[in-house]
Design a protein around this ligand. Sequence first.
Ligand code: EPU
Length: 419
Amino acid sequence: MSKFVIQGPQELAGEIAVAGAKNAALAAIPAAFLCGGITTLTNVPRIRDVETMLEIVQKLGANVKKDGHTVTIDPSSTVSHHITPELSGKARSSIMLVGPLLLAFGEVTIGHPGGCIIGRRPIDQFLEGFRALGVKVEDTDEGYKFSASNLKGATYFFPFVSVTATETLMMTAARIAGVTILKNAACEPEVKDLAQYLNRCGAKIEGAGTNTIYIEGVNKLSAGKWEMIPDRLETGMFAVLSAATRSRLRVTNCNPEHVESLLTIFDRMGINYAKGNDWILIEPSKKAYKSPGKVITHEYPGFATDLQPPLTVLLTQAEGLTLVHETIFEGRLFYVDLLNRMGASIILCDPHRALVQGPTNLRGKKIESPDIRAGIAMVIAGLIASGETTLDNIYQIERGYENLDARLAALGAKIERVS
Ligand code: EPU
């Protein structure tokens, strides 16, 4: 198994270009099955989660070609609509294939979807939403069976805001006769982007990016070419990395609007930055950062749960006490034990709340990466800690960040990937 060996503390400098969005690509791949013809996706990040999703669709028979950051998908050779537990267990986003395959084959079976261990990951809203659209859903020994008995547009109110459930029902309804209204829908940029792509293919979707989405089903979509939006979670991570290491970094190829909630926290902490249409320049001063008092994760446009672990590392460097309230996932704060082992002073009050007392000096340690976002947080911690940090299980980090060690090394980081 590979690990990162990091020497800190290290001041970085330079410019870093943000990759295409993982979560936009994970939605665009299933959407290819809705459209007749060959889909071309560009600016696709070459990361493990995307590779896994492509491997799943290839195993179903689709023809996939990869050329750098361009991926073409020809679903016409798809022969299987059975997503085995072995395949579905590799990625939670495999559930997003159900709607498109159902429209193509009339029936789909899938094992229970896997994914990050960051809390319960139920799929009840997918099941309820599909039932509302007239899909027959049955529990099986291995997972679920979906049959297209009487598909029709419907109104569905999401009891909780869910990004991938919104994307799944939106893309499925785009090809179901009648009008579907999705209420309390997720407003994340990836949802809006998916709707814009499907509309380009001939769908009739309005309101994506707000919490009510109107979809008038059409019976045909034509495949096209679509560029992945910049990854807002990578954008925010690099901004945090820059502030935490007190480095002047220019983050390019990004959309600053997508990380407005993070920049508002920077304002409260006294972190200097400038921004343009597609860049953010972090210019940390020598002055101590102030605690923002309280940070609460929230659905977009609120502060993203995926940026919570990196931000918590930064909070260990701010003066005062900060309450971090993780409202989305109940398993996304346990990594604070690892930060405490490195010298942080964090009290885990309950699975949803942690109190961070700063500033603290972090020391390098041998640790393991628990999941994608906690893993990247540990990389940032390693870069500000004194001494050597050895980070094991970097498979988790490579699920979401492309070529991380080389990109960080180009900024001056002392990070080595050891097999
Ligand atoms: N939920 C339910 N029932 C459902 C679906 C969700 O109760 O059927 C609950 C979840 O348990 C959670 C909340 O709703 O408490 C939100 O989960 P959501 O469904 O929005 O998460 P997701 O769609 O599975 C996406 C991203 C995650 C990101 C979350 C929240 C993708 C592929 N994944 O997951 O990204 O954390 O939204 O923004 O888009 C990551 O990139 O590291 C990652 C985990």
